[in-house]
Write a protein that binds this ligand. Structure first.
Ligand SMILES: CC(C)(COP(=O)(O)OP(=O)(O)OC[C@H]1O[C@@H](n2cnc3c(N)ncnc32)[C@H](O)[C@@H]1OP(=O)(O)O)[C@@H](O)C(=O)NCCC(=O)NCCS
Length: 415
């Protein structure tokens, strides 16, 4: 067994942020996985049909794996990736961006390796849907998006694969579904750096940061220690929680608060599961549609995944940047209206993601870029004045579903 751990660690997992030991233990508890071929080759044609790509992709993946099937060490590593990692779903959304290619694959093989991961995820997704018996319509738009990604990659590089493995695997996983206008996927909160509490008397909600994080003067996370203005703190005793609070509009406050445990209940933390939202391009972006999607999600996952107990809705996006109100002055703005419904948690990010969603490409030059909307104009002015932007995470507690529309967090008096 030790030998297997070493092989897998050498394949690039050492130092990874993944809960490697936990996944590995799960893997070892399923000896039947060791008996399976790397891919169910007989189903590759069917999978190509399901995602509407030429069968040639399946043939190439099969050819790629032939030498690996006869090498027991390599086979163990690949099997671990294809089965153990995927088997640990549904929490794949935060996982695949962190998965290294096994070191024994040459760089020109990486694309096909990614294609194999996509097939494995798709096969598992197909199985999941058949087992849970939910309608294929819930995942069709997502499979179509995954197909477009694969075909674009093929056109661009001449190879089978996907441009952003995390993104494609989520879309073929069958855990991600379309609910109303939004895409939703269950997400584990093990990686979050804040905890939320609610006063059982006043119903007031607050979030406290994890300890020892660098914060800039403007209340956002520092990108480097040089930018640090203050450090967060968090300490829990038998009777109280003491920590650095986050204002619900997304600013970390340079002060400490003490919450009496008799009054304040923990309502969200690393132990919970959330519905993660993805906002597709070109949808009608309305508060009423959000609420409808929330209700659809509660019904759908309650019916087909009753064992999952969700606590909140989560969405990480430029749309929830704590600075977004500085960029949009239009009182009719839907972006601002929806922003105000959530508890906003600041998140680190670089500018390229803002550019991608606001201008359509990442390497924008703010001196020469062509401007067509007021948002683009205000963004450019804001940056030229020397300000910084970062993403935000929208959090909405399930228990507040009946308060949607009343800005339940941002309208409350500060702690
Ligand atoms: C989400 C979305 C539909 C909201 O657009 P909207 O309904 O027009 O939002 P608002 O009414 O609040 O727009 C306010 C202003 O910002 C502009 N704006 C909104 N989204 C914009 C975008 N993605 N790029 C450039 N400008 C944008 C609007 O044109 C409007 O400016 P104007 O007054 O000059 O016309 C839109 O941003 C979109 O399609 N985004 C792509 C998907 C996405 O970003 N998903 C999140 C991934 S993390």
């Amino acid at each position: 067994m030790m030998e297997l751990v070493n092989i897998i660690k050498q394949a690039g997992y050492e130092g990874s942020e993944l809960p490697f030991e936990r996944i590995y233990e799960g893997f070892m508890r399923k000896p039947h996985l060791m008996e399976r071929p790397l891919i169910e080759y007989s189903r590759l044609d069917h999978l190509c049909n399901l995602i509407n790509i030429p069968h040639e992709a399946g043939i190439e993946v099969e050819r790629f794996f032939q030498p690996v099937e006869t090498d027991s060490e390599k086979k163990t590593v690949v099997r671990f990736i294809l089965y153990a990692m995927l088997d640990d779903s549904p929490f794949i959304s935060h996982r695949w961006e962190d998965v290294p290619h096994p070191v024994f694959f040459e760089s020109e093989q990486h694309s096909l390796f990614r294609m194999a991961v996509i097939f494995a995820a798709l096969d598992r997704g197909r199985f999941l849907r058949e087992q849970r018996k939910y309608p294929v319509e819930k995942v069709k738009p997502l499979l179509a998006e995954a197909r477009n990604n694969i075909m674009k990659h093929r056109e661009k590089t001449g190879e089978w694969g996907g441009d952003d493995l995390n993104w494609v695997v989520c879309r073929v996983s069958h855990y991600m579904t379309r609910q109303g206008n939004l895409y939703i996927i269950p997400c584990s909160l093990t990686g979050i750096r804040f905890t939320m509490f609610r006063n059982s008397w006043t119903r007031q909600t607050t979030a406290l940061c994890a300890p020892d994080m660098d914060v800039r003067e403007d209340g956002q996370f520092a990108m480097s220690p040089e930018e640090r203005s203050f450090l967060t703190r968090f300490n829990e005793t038998d009777t109280a929680v003491i920590g650095t609070p986050i204002a619900p509009s997304g600013y970390i406050m340079n002060k400490s608060v003490q919450l009496d445990k008799k009054l304040w209940q923990r309502v969200l933390g690393k132990e919970n599961i959330a519905y993660e939202l993805y906002i597709p391009q070109g949808i009608p972006y309305e508060p009423s549609h959000f609420l409808l999607s929330f209700k659809h999600a509660i019904d759908f996952y309650g019916k087909y995944f009753p064992e999952m107990k969700f606590t909140a809705f989560f969405c990480l996006s430029w749309l929830f940047s704590p600075q977004i109100e500085k960029l949009i002055q239009n009182p009719e703005s839907r972006i601002i209206e929806i922003f105000r419904q959530g508890f906003i948690i600041p998140e680190r990010s670089d500018m390229s993601v803002f550019y991608k969603f606001i201008f359509g490409y990442s390497d924008v030059n703010i001196k020469t870029v062509k401007i067509t909307t007021s948002l683009q104009k205000n963004l450019v002015t804001y940056l030229r004045e020397g300000n910084q932007l970062n993403w935000g995470r929208f959090v909405y507690l399930l228990e507040d579903i009946d308060r949607w529309g009343s800005s339940p967090y941002q309208s409350q008096v500060r702690v």
